[in-house]
Design a protein around this ligand. Structure first.
Ligand code: 5GP
Length: 344
């Protein structure tokens, strides 16, 4: 038995050390990034934060709200073909919304049909599975890359540098990183598998950047400071589920309990999701997600401003004029406590 002894860390294990700065205001911080993707050759401009392709957060309504800030949405996989064609072909200009798909032949056929009918209006696709370590997954990424050389492909999820490199060589432009950190994920509990997210981001970013690729840190951000840490660790993009859940733009009805309003939020591998889309949990598998009721939070705009304000402020603390400089300016310090919890 070999045990890896090097310490792996999560967002909660570190803080960012402040550094001398010439910035006088948060307003001077530029959060827009530009990337030229390794395979597609396409240029991206925007604030690299993406709503997760969960059926509550990966909605067209969320895309409209995030689009105002040049942020993106990975649309969930359960929109039907007609809605996706209408959405992508109806856009005024090319959008940074990701079309999401799994790796079955049916997923590929649906995507091909939408591409044909939407006159190739799709630029970004997200191919994701819970476990990105299978040969079948890598072969699927190769197939999409060969069939659509011009697409920007995000693929995942993985947590180590070796497979990050393999995915980029297979055709991914962006590798999605995270196994088990999600707010409604129970993978670590059910399987014992996972990797602390901060270390996963640092190691995968290093591997991807060496080959000219990008990564997207997916899962585990619970406060704006976690996004600053993920960007500081080398994430090019960040995907958010729980932090965007519970808002008007999320799918699902309001639920009333004791005079208070809530919205349901559940993992895409939870019993709730499998009951809805797969006719229940198949006998050979267990659910790897949970369902929670979140207090209703109103329009997502205020939460977005909070997130962007937090990241901007982090940049001023370390003297980064642009988000692009944040990684270079970041030194993490290991801590045993982050917050003063005296008032709850
Ligand atoms: P959050 O931002 O809520 O912490 O994490 C969002 C991410 O959790 C998603 O983008 C996805 O990768 C992951 N996720 C969503 N649903 C499930 C699930 O049911 N099981 C697992 N293991 N992960 C999930």
């Amino acid at each position: 038995m070999h045990i890896e002894e090097s310490l792996k860390l999560d967002f909660k294990d570190v803080l960012i050390r402040p550094k001398r700065s010439t910035l006088t205001s948060r307003a001077q911080v530029e959060l827009q990034r530009e990337f030229v993707f390794h395979h597609s050759g396409k240029t991206y401009h925007g604030i690299p934060i993406i709503a997760a392709n969960m059926d509550s957060t990966g909605t067209m309504e969320m895309a409209a709200a995030l689009g105002k800030h040049q942020m993106s949405v990975a649309l969930h996989k359960h929109y039907d073909e007609a809605s996706l064609i209408a959405y992508f072909s109806g856009l005024q200009k090319k959008s940074t919304s990701f079309y999401s798909m799994g790796i079955t032949q049916a997923d590929f056929d649906k995507f091909s049909a939408v591409m044909n009918h939407a006159h190739n209006a799709i630029e970004y696709v997200c191919i994701d599975v819970a476990n990105g370590y299978t040969e079948g997954f890598i072969n699927f990424v190769k197939k999409v890359r060969t069939s659509y050389p011009h697409l920007t492909i995000m693929a995942g999820n993985v947590v180590t540098g070796d497979i990050t490199e393999e995915l980029i060589l297979a055709g991914a432009d962006i590798v999605k990183v995270g196994i088990g950190p999600g707010s409604v994920c129970t993978t670590r509990k059910m399987t014992g598998v996972g990797y602390p997210q901060l270390s996963a981001v640092i190691e995968c970013a290093d591997a991807a950047h060496g080959l000219g690729g990008q990564i997207c840190a997916d899962g585990g951000c619970v406060v704006p400071g976690d996004l600053a840490k993920a960007f500081g660790a080398g994430a090019d993009f960040i995907m958010l589920g729980g932090m965007l859940a519970g808002h008007d733009e999320c799918a699902g009805d309001l639920v009333e309990r004791d005079g208070q309003q809530f919205k349901s939020f559940y993992g895409m591998s939870s019993r709730a999701a499998m009951d809805k889309y797969a006719g229940g949990v198949a006998k050979y598998r267990a659910s790897e997600g949970k369902e929670v009721l979140l207090p209703y939070r109103g329009p997502v705009e205020a939460s977005l401003l909070d997130i962007l304000g937090g990241v901007r402020s982090a940049c001023t603390y370390v003297g980064a004029h642009k988000l692009k400089e944040l990684t270079k300016r970041t030194t993490f310090i290991r801590v045993t406590q982050q917050l003063n919890e005296v008032f709850g």
